[in-house]
Design a protein around this ligand. Sequence first.
Ligand SMILES: Cc1ncc(COP(=O)(O)O)c(C=O)c1O
Length: 424
Amino acid sequence: MSEKLAAEGGPRARTTPFPTVGDASGRDLGEEELALLTEVIRSGCLSRHGGTMVPAFEAEFGARYGVRHCLAVTSGTAALHTAVGALGLNPGDEIITTTVTDMGTVIAILMQNCLPIFCDVDRRTMNLNPALLPSLITERTRAIIAVHLFGQPCDLDAVMAVAREHGLVVIEDCAQAHGAEWGGRLVGTIGDLGCFSLQQSKQITTGDGGAVITNNDELGEAARLFHDKYYDRSGANRGVLRLGANYRMTELQGAVALAQTRKLDRILARRRSTGELLTERLREIEGTVPPWLHEKARHSYWIYPFQIAEEVLGCPVVEFTAAIQAEGLPWGTGYAGGIPICLYPALREHRAYGDSAFPWEPPYGRNVEYREEDYPETVWAQRNTLVMNWNEGLTETDVQDMARGMAKVAAHYRARGPAPAPAI
Ligand SMILES: Cc1ncc(COP(=O)(O)O)c(C=O)c1O
C-alpha cells in the first residue's frame, strides 16, 4: 500500500519551507559584503569613475575567466545589450537565439533594432538544438545568442562550428550559468563574448547587475564605450562617437559583486553537491527522469529541472506537479511563462516601437511570423519539465525530504495505474 498523498488528506512530506534565493535563507550574503560596502560609503565616491570596487570586481571576475576584458554593467539585460551594441549591426540584421530564455535576451536584440529569430530546443535540456541553426540562417544573420539554460551549457561545439562556417558572432548568454563548464572550459570564454547576470536569483548577486567578458580587444573596447554613453574619454574633449547607453555599475553594486565573486567557488560547490545528490535519488525513483546532462557539460544549478515518465506513472505531469506541491515541494512546470518566448504578445504581434511594426517591416527588416507549430519541442518541454530555483542554502536533509516526497507521489501513481478515463 502506498502512503496517502497530502493532496488527499495525508501527512505532508515536508512541513517547513525550503531556503529560497529571495532572502537570506538561500543566499551567501554577509560580513564580507558589508565590509566592502562600508569602505565605499566612507570613500564618498559611489560612481565607477573614480571608484575602486567596480575596477576590482572587473579584475577579479575577468581573472577567474582568464579573459582580457571584463566590463561590469547594471543587469544581465544590459550586458547582452552592450554585447549586441558592440557589434555595430544595422537595423534589420538578424540574430538567432533560443525559444526558452528570459526576455532580457530578446530585449538586447530589439533595442539594437535587430530581428530575433528563434531556434527550437532539445527537449531533454531545453537548450537550443544546434542541428536546426543552419535552416534559420539568412543573408542578414549576423550573430547567435547561445543561452545556457538553468546552468547547463548548450552544445557549444555544434554552435561554434555553425557560427564559424557562416561567419557569425557568438554571444554566450551565461546569465544562469556562472561557473558552468563545457569540455572543461568555463562558459562565457568559448564564444566571442560572454554575458552574465547578477540579478537576485543568480548564483552570485548584487540584486541587479551584470558583466560582459571577451578576449577580443576590439569588441572589449566597443563594449566599454557603449555602456558609458559612447563617450570617448581618451582626449581632453569628450566626444560621443555613436549611440550608446548608460549601463555603468555603481560602486555599491561593485562592492557586493566583488565579495560575491570571491565566494563563487563555495556557492557552486554547495549547489552542485545538493543538485547531484537529488539526481542520485531521482535515479532510484521509477517514473522520474533526472536532468539529462551532455557528457561535456558541467552544470552550475541555477534551476534544478527534471521530467517524469507519464507512461510509467500513469498520471499527467500537471497532476504529479500538484501532488508534489501539496507535499510541500516547490516545483512548478515550464519556464518564463511556459511558452516559446516568441509567442509573448509583443513579439508575436511585432509591437516594439509605437504603432509601427519596426524592425519587423521593410525596408529595414522582414515580416517574420512566430508560430507555435514551428517550435514543437519547446511546447513539449515547457509542459513536461518541472523546475525549482536551486540555492546554496539547501542541505542534504532538504534534498532527502524532496526525494522522499517525490518517491511517495511516484509510488502512489504507480500503484494506482493509469487514471480512469473521464466520464462523458
Ligand atoms: C538567460 C537569461 N538571459 C538574460 C537575463 C536577463 O538578466 P537580468 O534579469 O539581470 O536583466 C536573464 C535573467 O533572468 C536570463 O535568465
